[in-house]
Design a protein around this ligand. Sequence first.
Ligand SMILES: [Zn+2]
Length: 294
Amino acid sequence: MTGVVGVDIGGTKTAVGTLGQLLGVWPTPDSGPALVELIQAALEGSGAALSRLGVCVAGRVDPERGTTRAANLPSLVGFPLRDALHAALRVPVTLVNDADAAALAEHRAGSARGARASVFVTVSTGIGAAYVSGSGALRGAHGQAMELGHLPSPGAHGPCHCGRQGCLELVASGSAINRALRVRLNRPGAAPAELAALAAAGEPGVQEVLHAAGHALGVALLPVCLTLDPDVIVIGGGAALAYGDRLLDPVRGALRDALQPWPGPDVRPACLGVQAGVTGAALAAMDAAPVAAR
Ligand SMILES: [Zn+2]
């Protein structure tokens, strides 16, 4: 099927692309109508022959109403995004969560290609996750399946932004890692890139922080492995990209220890980067098409 385009709407940037090519990245406008105009202009400028559009958004998606509820995209709350795009572009529009889209992309075209079942974890501002098998991404009754970041974690204390206490995000998200590194290295104002450079230079104390975060994430993945049986776990997001195996090795170790004597899944870094959301949104749009049209 040709003419399928994916759009990845983030809190700060919106990317548009096809399955094999990124057409462009723009600042995300601060209103729904302006966003629709941006996507329309991007498609007209690219000359792409559009037959279907897939759109992924950070946060909860209501597939029935075609609306989104993302904490970092308040201007879209209540805006009929799917219907507005359909009215402007006159093609079928599929709306999905961004973690589900990235998971679908890594499962079919990225690090988990060939896996029967895979889990995708994104470690960035928060922790998102998704599970993909032959039947697609697991969504649950309210689109909230795989809220890994809000599992209780033994080392986590205090309130989480979700309203609960002691969530994994408080110790293993990119924000939590950077917060702990600033304290450990006594660099209160350090930017994430500066912290990543200090980690790459082997600054003392860094590995201890990364080990604590990776270990907590590995322990949290135990019930996921026992209940969902993935053969591959893909870890992406800004923190995974910045710290690589310094973060992933403790995940692997904790999971291996916890699962013994059972064999564990392969834990691999994500490989699609900024392309993952766009690719996954396009794949979700293809999945939504009638079989005869694919
Ligand atoms: Zn929480």
